[in-house]
Ligand binder design. Structure first.
Ligand code: SF4
Length: 285
């Protein structure tokens, strides 16, 4: 949940998730729609799908209890090195390293790493260094402290070196210039056009098979745009800035197999830009 999202934003989603899914069995037996609906608004929906797939494996192969070793956790869908190690250290106090944004910045400065930390070489340096540092005992506390030190003291713009408890080990000559990162790809602009179709108090939606696979969106269309738009917004998506435009459309004679009429959109999984548009347009009717 915390990928590219701040803790304060995540907390209500996290609490809602735990209310709805208090254990692996409840996630495993839920429909994909229920899981995506509870996750909606957080983005990165593959994480929710992976969590559901992982919960099924935990239920079916591990008796509903998460295995405590890194190798077994890493075999679960969606669990890469960071997630597997973070779960192993925080849930099971395993002496494994973790590197995330805050500890990466801290380690890059401590070691004075002069290669981009988001390059393969930079990443491996950080992980190797973190592995050397992690103690056999109290690894969870150590890893937590490393993250907190990065988040609270070794700040991105103005590191508080004068109060830093590891200052005497720090090799950074110019901490403000570290860490080095690869230059980001330029943001591309895209326009996406969708239709608002309502008939007999029902709204037409289609199930996405692309970016928001499995979620319900306003039907797409690309041609014959002559009407005034009903709704406009913009949203970011990876390296894109998307202009999202919704046009009125009459009821079609026939709908495709991916489309369906909905009387209510309350309980279906919809990505935020589409939910906001649909709610605004339905309430204006
Ligand atoms: S001394 Fe400064 S740059 Fe070095 S780890 Fe501490 S806060 Fe970061």
């Amino acid at each position: 949940m915390l990928q590219q999202t701040q803790v304060a934003t995540v907390i209500p989603y996290y609490n809602k998730w735990l209310d709805r899914f208090p254990d692996f069995a409840s996630v495993a037996s839920a429909s994909e729609n229920a899981v995506l609906h509870t996750w909606q608004g957080l983005g990165y929906y593959n994480r929710a799908r992976n969590l559901r797939a992982a919960a099924k494996i935990v239920r079916d192969r591990h008796g509903g209890i998460l295995p405590g070793n890194v190798a077994a956790i890493r075999k679960l869908p969606g669990a890469g090195r960071y997630i597997a190690n973070a779960v192993a250290t925080f849930a099971f106090n395993q002496p494994v390293p973790i590197v995330e944004a805050n500890s990466a910045r801290l380690l890059a400065r401590l070691l004075d790493i002069r290669v981009p930390i988001d390059s393969a070489i930079g990443r491996e340096k950080l992980w190797a260094y973190a592995a050397q540092l992690v103690p056999k005992r109290n690894a969870a506390r150590f890893n937590s402290a490393l993250i907190d030190l990065g988040a609270l003291v070794c700040l991105p713009d103005k590191p508080k070196c004068n109060v830093c408890p590891v200052k005497k080990f720090c090799r950074a000559k110019n901490p403000g210039a570290l860490p080095i990162k690869k230059s980001k790809p330029r943001t591309k602009r895209l326009i996406e056009r969708h239709a608002f179709v309502v008939s007999n108090g029902k709204v037409l939606l289609e199930q996405s098979s692309a970016r928001w696979r499995g979620m319900w969106i306003l039907p797409r269309f690309e041609t014959g745009v002559s009407d005034q738009p009903l709704y406009r917004s913009t949203f970011p998506f990876t390296h894109h800035r998307i202009a999202f435009v919704v046009y009125p459309r009459a009821k079609p004679n026939k709908i495709s197999h991916t489309q369906r009429w909905f009387k209510s959109i309350d309980h279906i999984a919809m990505p935020s830009p589409h939910r906001r548009a649909a709610e605004a347009l339905l309430s204006a009717k």
